[in-house]
Design a binder for this molecule. Structure first.
Ligand SMILES: Nc1ncnc2c1ncn2[C@@H]1O[C@H](COP(=O)(O)OP(=O)(O)OP(=O)(O)O)[C@@H](O)[C@H]1O
Length: 518
């Protein structure tokens, strides 16, 4: 009767736990991705194996946990129930023989524990190594054009093989240990059987029990040993899931310093558009010893066009990251509309800003969806209006599918200039008070640069604009030019004032004029 109940319970588990497991997997994945979306930039910067590997890994971790919920856990529960029932029945027949047999239990448990520990350590190493190998593979496939142009396919394959060797060897070792453990678990039943026969026959000879009782105890104990074997079979799945759960919990429990989902802080849409940095010092969390900004102070009034120029690595783009509050500066203050950015509601602050970067980041959606990405409730006429301002409407209108044209992964079916103008339209759809341009034309040829520059000039009209630029010809008309060097502003003024200074700016201008004439 009891066996039937256990059979039905175990048999029905796949129906109930399997479905529940799938649902739980989806929920865990949902929670994990929600937790990731809340994180600040520092969380992603500090990932050893990159964000792609992290995302892929977390998705499979949730699946591993499901295996335990769907299979291992019910088997484990049924196993424990069977074990307790078997031991109880055995005790009720003869406590001495039962005690002798139970004395073997600590050895079995210790063996399973040791197997679990060594599989745990190896599995963790394998997961980390595979995460690194898959990150490189994903990056290579995503950038296949560059890889093919540089004829690096073979070296990538060799590198992937080399990266996979370590995990492969660890996996072999893991399988060996798990197989020995599995064999041990399966033979445990027969070992217990032998012991019961041996000790039972001795007890019969001494007159402690008769044959019938011995067989009753034996059957009960075998029943328990089978249960123990079933539990042991699941031990490597449980071990894997424990590691997965660790990684999931790390993400779920990490509290972002800058919480994009928080409802706290100042919410405003009628922003004037002034912006200031006061004595700002900053180092990236992944490289805390490298000072990037060393006391930057700047003041931008509403509607002003300010250019940040200077040698590569001097900290210009970092200023834009701090204005968007992707990071917090440990010293000094960044403020928008006279309110420190830390007192702003993160989402509200960002909704008043728009960034156009050097490499436009577009998605494999239609052109209309890409433009409306910054404001999903935008209407078709609004989308077309910003496309006109960005100087891209005529090109889109001539496509067979017009605004419904899908642009391929990362906008691969468009030219650099077209992608950039779509990115400008996307920035404008929010009608931001502050426009941040990070070398928005530097990746373009001179003809596209002119078209995109015209679009940017229209976009900047009536807004506060901060432009990071290498080509100094594009920023000569700015209201203010700030010259960065080694994380400090070393010169500031208009183009003419800075030329008259004959300092770093005039040197940079002279260098670029030389480059053009040669
Ligand atoms: N996420 C990051 N983590 C660690 N260091 C970073 C990160 N981003 C940038 N850096 C470093 O910060 C320094 C300043 O970078 P930043 O991009 O602000 O310079 P930049 O003046 O804009 O340079 P460029 O003109 O070449 O774009 C560089 O040394 C760079 O290596």
């Amino acid at each position: 009767m009891f066996a039937c109940v256990v059979f039905v319970a175990v048999g029905g588990r796949s129906l109930f736990f399997g479905r529940a497991g799938e649902q739980i997997t989806c929920l865990i994945r949902g929670d994990v991705f929600r937790a990731m979306m809340r994180q600040d930039a520092a969380f992603f910067d500090c990932r050893e194996n990159g964000t792609g590997a992290l995302t892929a890994r977390l998705a499979t971790e949730a699946g591993d946990v499901n295996i335990v919920i769907g299979e291992a856990l019910p088997s484990f529960i049924a196993g424990v129930a069977s074990l307790i029932a078997g031991v109880a029945i055995s005790f009720s027949h003869d406590w001495r023989l039962t005690l002798v047999i139970l004395a073997t239990l600590p050895c079995l448990i210790l063996a399973f524990f040791l197997e679990g520990r060594s599989v745990y350590a190896a599995t963790k190493a394998i997961k980390n190594a595979y995460a690194k190998a898959s990150q490189e593979a994903a990056e290579t496939v995503a950038n296949i054009r560059t890889v093919a142009t540089l004829t690096r396919e073979h070296s990538f394959i060799a590198q992937f093989r080399a990266n996979s060797q370590g995990p492969y060897r660890s996996a072999l070792r893991n399988h060996f240990i798990a197989s020995v453990g599995y064999g041990f678990a399966q033979s445990a039943m027969f070992l217990v059987y032998c012991l019961a026969f041996f000790v039972g026959s001795r007890f019969i000879l001494k007159g402690y029990l008769d044959t019938e009782i011995m067989f009753n105890v034996m059957y009960a104990i075998i029943f328990s040993a089978i249960a123990l074997g079933t539990m042991a079979q699941q031990s490597s799945a449980v071990t894997k899931a424990l590691i997965s759960a660790e990684a999931l919990m790390e993400t779920l429990q990490s509290v972002p310093v800058i919480d994009a989902h928080s409802t706290a802080g100042l919410v405003r849409s009628d922003v004037r558009g002034d912006l200031a940095l006061d004595g700002v010092r900053f180092a990236y969390p992944s490289r805390p010893r490298a000072s990037i900004l060393r006391g930057v102070t700047m003041d931008v009034t509403p509607g002003q066009t300010v250019a940040l120029v200077g040698p590569s690595g001097s900290g210009k783009s970092t200023v834009l990251a701090l204005v968007q509050r992707l990071y917090d500066a440990p010293a000094g203050e960044v403020s928008v509309d006279s309110t420190p950015v830390v007192d702003w509601n993160v989402a509200s602050l960002r909704s008043n800003l728009a960034l156009v970067g050097q490499e436009p980041v577009l998605f494999d959606y239609s052109i209309a969806e890409n433009i409306a990405y910054a404001r999903p409730d935008a209407t078709q006429p609004e989308i077309e209006a910003v496309a006109r301002q960005a100087n891209i409407h005529h090109f889109i209108a001539e496509l067979p599918d017009g605004y419904a044209t899908r642009i391929g992964q990362t906008g691969g079916r468009l030219s650099g200039g077209q992608k950039q103008r779509i990115a400008i339209a996307r920035a404008l759809i929010r009608n931001p008070r502050i426009l941040l341009l990070d070398e928005a034309t530097s990746a373009l040829d001179s003809q596209s640069e002119t078209t995109v520059q015209q679009a940017l000039d229209v976009a900047a009209h009536g807004r506060t604009t901060i432009t990071v630029a290498h080509r100094l010809s594009t920023i000569q008309n700015s209201d203010l030019i700030l010259v960065f060097h080694n994380g400090r502003i070393v010169e500031q003024g208009t183009h003419d004032q800075l030329l008259a200074l004959k300092g770093l700016y005039s040197l940079l201008v002279a260098q670029q004029s030389l480059e053009i004439t040669h």
